[in-house]
Design a protein around this ligand. Sequence first.
Ligand code: SAH
Ligand code: SF4
Ligand code: F3S
Length: 486
Amino acid sequence: MIKNEELKEIIDEIDITSQPPEEEPMRQYYFIKAAKAIINKKSHELGRNLTAGVITFGCQMNAKDSEKLMGILENIGFEVIEDESADLVLYNTCTVRDNANQRVYGRLGLINSMKKKNPEKKVALCGCMMQEPSVIETIKKKYKFVDLIFGTHNIYKFAELIVAMYSSDRMIIDIWKDTDKIVEDLPAERKYPFKSGVNIMYGCNNFCTYCIVPYVRGRERSRSPKDIIREIEKLVSEGVVEVMLLGQNVNSYGKNLEEKITFAQLLEEVEKIEGLERIRFMTSHPKDLSDDLIQVMKKSKKICRHLHLPLQAGSNRILQAMNRRYTKEQYIELARKIRQEIPDISLTTDLIVGFPGETAADVDETIEVVREVQYDNAFTFIYSKRTGTPAAEMPNPVSDEEIKENFDRLLSVVQETAKSRTGRMKGEIHSALVEEINEHDSSLVTGRLSNNTIVHFPGDESLIGKIVDVKLIEAHGFYYIGEICN
Ligand code: SAH
Ligand code: SF4
Ligand code: F3S
C-alpha cells in the first residue's frame, strides 16, 4: 500500500501533456493529476473549493469502496463532505434487497430538483445496483440528468471517469460484467483514524439461490497475503489498532491463489503485526469454517471474540433450496463446537423469512435453531425477490400476511435470546475500544467490547481510539452502561 507522501511525489512528476500510460495504477495517477487541473480551474472560477459528497447504501464492502472513492476525490482536490449539497454527488448503491434500490430512486428524485437550481452540479452512481442491466435502462429513461454511472469492477478508474464526465455533456456509462484484476496502491480515505476495513477478497462463488451478490460482485478473487499485510502495517503506522478483514466468504480465502494459504494461516500472519491490537472479520460461510480456524481463534490474543455465522434458515428443505450446502444438524454441531472451544465467543447471524415455499413449520425450525444456538444478535430479513437469481423463478404459494406473521414470531425469539445473552457479562470487567462520543449524551463515550457488544460510559474525546478496561454495570438489552477502571 502506497504512502500518501509517496503518491503525492509520483503525481507531482507526471506530465499530463503527454499520452496517459497504459499500465495501472500509473494510468490512474495520471488521471488524478488531469482531474486535479480541471477541478482547480473550476474552483478558481467559482472562487471557492469544489465539494464532493459520497452517500453509501450498502454493506461494509460497499463502505470500504466509498473510502477508496473518497481517497481519489480528495487527491483530485475536492473537499469531501457527507451530504448532497455538494458540487459532485456520488451514490454508492446496494441491491441485496429491493428496498435498497427503492431508497436510491427516492434520492434521485430529490436530487433532480437540486440539480435544476444548479446545472453545474454533477450526479454520479456506482456500486452493486449499477451491475444490473435493468437498472441502467431505468436510469437512462427516467433519470436522464445523471452524469456518470460505473459498476463494482472498475472503481479504481474513478479519476479517469471524472475526467471523461467533465469533458462531455452526455451520460457516461462504464459497466464491466466481471474482472480478474485487482489494482493495488490507490489512495483511500478513512472514516475512523483508529479502525479500518481491509479487503482480503472480492466477489463470491457460492450462488445461494436468493442472492444477487455473485452476479453484481463477480467471481471470487483473493488478494495476495503480501499486499494485505503491507496494507495493515501501513494502517498500524498511521494509528489503526483494529482491522476488519472483509470478504463475502472469508473462509474460502486463498483458494484461487498460486501460493497456497488458508484463511486460518492468513490470520496467523496478521496476528504477528506489531502494534495491531484487534482483528475482526466478515463474513464466514458455515460450510467452509475449518477446525483450524477455530483453533487459531482460540489461541489468538488479537482476534475478537465474535463470529458472524449466517444461518439463513433452519429447515433442511429450505437450506437445500437456498443452496447453502449445510444441514441444520451440521450447523448446530458447528456452533456447539465453537462455543465449546471458545466459551466467551459471541455468535451472531443473518436470517431470511419468506423464501419461496417456506411454511410456518419451516420457520419453527429456524426458531428451534435460534433457541439452541442462543445468538447474541441476529439480523432478520424478509425475503426479497432478485431478478436473475434461481429463487426468483420458484413459485411462492405463501401469502404476505403469513410471511409477516412468521417474521414477527421469529423476531421476538431473536430479541428475547439476544437480550438474555447480552446481560450475561454484567458486573465483569472487559476491554473496550472507544469509538465516539455518545450521540445522545455528550458526557458519555461509546466503546465496543471484543465480542462486539456496545458499552456507554463517562469519558471524553481524549479516549477516542484507546482501548480501556470498563466495568459493565447495567445491562440494557443490546448494550451496557459501564465505568472506566484505572
Ligand atoms: N456474504 C454474506 C452475506 C451478504 S448479504 C454471507 O453469505 O453471509 C447479507 C445478508 O443479506 C445475507 O446473509 C442474507 O441474510 C441477506 N440477503 C441476501 N439476499 C437476500 C434476499 N434476496 N432477500 C432477503 N435477504 C437477503
Ligand atoms: Fe450471497 Fe451466499 Fe455469496 Fe453470501 S455466500 S454473498 S449470501 S451468494
Ligand atoms: Fe454489499 Fe449490497 Fe453489494 S450488501 S456486496 S453493497 S449488494
